[in-house]
Design a protein around this ligand. Structure first.
Ligand SMILES: [Zn+2]
Length: 343
């Protein structure tokens, strides 16, 4: 989720045996409250942030964070905002005193990448997909300046891009823990990548899969996103740690995928019936979506409009997939990009 954009809606330990039993049975995951930290697999900690599409009393604490304790160092999934990065570092220090060597940006959005400087000061190198790196570099300064108007922690920090950029896969493995950083395609943004922990059958998805939280689609490719979710489903996974929302089992991937499949179907039918985007939005249906997220799909017009533009050829995803100039890509920057690939 792009928490730096006002239009976006709203904007310890568990015994290992219990986790293993949960993963095996795919029963209900442990209940967690905002700021709770739990060891969801041996040496793997999850800090639950919170965002609700409907309950504004629930604080927005940036993104969820997962950290993995290796033999001699710690690897963190997502940089969060600068203020939350400090909070997460404090939480990590309650679980281990090993140095934090790497932080992984699942994508370039502020609530996942703007804490990079804080992590760098703590001694960490930033890992991310090449498109995440490009988007931070090309669009970062403008979007950072906009975000700094709303958040003091951003105003008091500096944008930092990726130190270690990868194309398809980057692996950290010391024999005790293994993380595979995988690029599975353009989903929530062109620079999405996931962190897969095969030993624990855990997948940290960033915003390429969220649980009941709002899907920001402004930088997305919904057709490709559906395929990315297929690729996630093909992995040997029992537990999903989403970018926002609670940890749960693999069934979350189906729910997330269904949102895009059903919405694309409804929009396609509406276009064929020559309905306006407003009519399509009002009649989008998808009652199951409200059961999952607490929010009616028809109350998220930006997402329907995004799919409408995609299906009427108004978005060129290849531009987003490479890099776009800072001026060409507004907050919702879908596809009006000037190609500056080759930088
Ligand atoms: Zn995001």
């Amino acid at each position: 989720m792009n928490g730096i954009i006002k239009r976006v809606v709203g904007v310890v330990a568990v015994a290992c045996c219990l986790v293993a039993a949960w993963a095996a049975r795919e029963a209900a995951p442990p209940e967690m409250k905002f700021n709770d930290v739990k060891e969801i697999a041996p040496g793997v900690f999850f800090r639950y942030s919170s965002i609700s599409a409907t309950d504004m009393s629930v604080p927005f604490g940036g993104c969820n964070n997962t950290w993995v304790v290796f033999k001699e160092f710690v690897v963190v999934i997502d940089a969060n905002f600068p203020k939350e990065a400090e909070d997460v570092i404090a939480a990590i220090r309650k679980t281990t005193d090993k140095p934090i060597r790497y932080v992984f940006d699942t994508h370039h959005h502020g609530d996942h990448a703007y804490g990079n400087t804080v992590w760098a000061k703590a001694g960490a190198k930033v890992i991310g997909h090449v498109n995440c790196s490009r988007l931070l570099e090309m669009n970062g300064p403008k979007q950072w300046a906009e975000a700094a108007r709303d958040r003091k922690d951003i105003a008091n920090n500096q944008l930092k891009t990726v130190d270690i950029a990868f194309d398809e896969k980057h692996v950290i493995d010391d024999g005790s823990q293994r993380i595979e950083f995988l690029y599975l395609g353009h989903a929530h943004t062109p620079g999405d990548a996931v962190a897969y922990l095969p030993k624990h059958k855990l997948l940290c998805t960033g915003d390429a899969c969220v649980n009941g939280a709002f899907n920001f689609m402004g930088h997305s490719n919904s057709a490709s996103w559906i395929k990315v979710l297929d690729r996630m489903k093909a992995l040997d996974v029992a537990m999903i740690a989403p970018g926002h929302g609670k940890v749960t089992n693999k069934g979350l991937l189906d729910l997330q995928q269904r949102y895009f499949v059903d919405m694309r179907d409804a929009v396609k039918k509406g276009i064929e019936a020559k309905k306006s985007v407003e009519e399509i939005t009002a009649n989008i249906g998808m009652g199951w979506y409200k059961d999952w997220t607490g929010k009616d799909a028809s109350k998220i017009p930006d997402n329907v409009a995004h799919v409408y533009k995609e299906l009427t050829g108004k978005i060129d995803h290849t531009m987003l997939g490479r890099a776009v100039s800072p001026d060409a890509m507004g907050p919702y920057g879908a596809g009006r990009g000037v190609d500056v690939a080759g930088r």
